[in-house]
Design a protein around this ligand. Structure first.
Ligand code: CA
Length: 129
């Protein structure tokens, strides 16, 4: 069982009786910190917590920032259509929907250009009829 914050990021992993066994914090870009112990104050997510050197969950939890899967080997998040790099603070590829719209726009402009130059097959018929 997990505890999430308002944007859906997983902030704690709970055992079957509801006790926190591991906690997570993030910088604004999603770089994770795995808190392995609540520290001397006994309160999770405070400055005295013990954190893992690498952001790897001892319990195998991979769902982290905004409830997306984090690959600790590559350091990337899987955001369904593309991968996000939290250190760089950017996605590793362009937005697929935007790229599709650009391709449609380019194809329409090429068609219009060819038609204006009389290169379109349909232009021959339109002159005949
Ligand atoms: Ca603490």
């Amino acid at each position: 069982m997990v505890e999430k914050c308002k944007i859906g990021s997983v902030i704690a992993l709970l055992n079957n009786i509801g006790d926190v066994v591991e906690a997570y914090s993030y910088d604004p870009f999603g770089n994770p910190r795995v808190h392995t112990s609540a520290g001397l104050d006994g309160v999770w997510l405070t400055d005295d917590d013990t954190t893992a050197i690498n952001p790897v969950s001892a319990y195998g939890n991979r769902i982290m920032f905004t409830a997306r899967e984090y690959d600790n080997e590559s350091g990337l998040y899987y955001y369904r259509a593309r991968m996000y790099h939290p250190v760089l603070g950017r996605f590793m590829s362009p937005e697929p929907v935007i790229m599709h719209l650009l391709r449609v726009w380019a194809a329409e402009n090429i068609k219009a250009s060819r038609k204006a130059q009389g290169l379109c097959n349909f232009c021959v018929f339109s002159r005949v009829f």
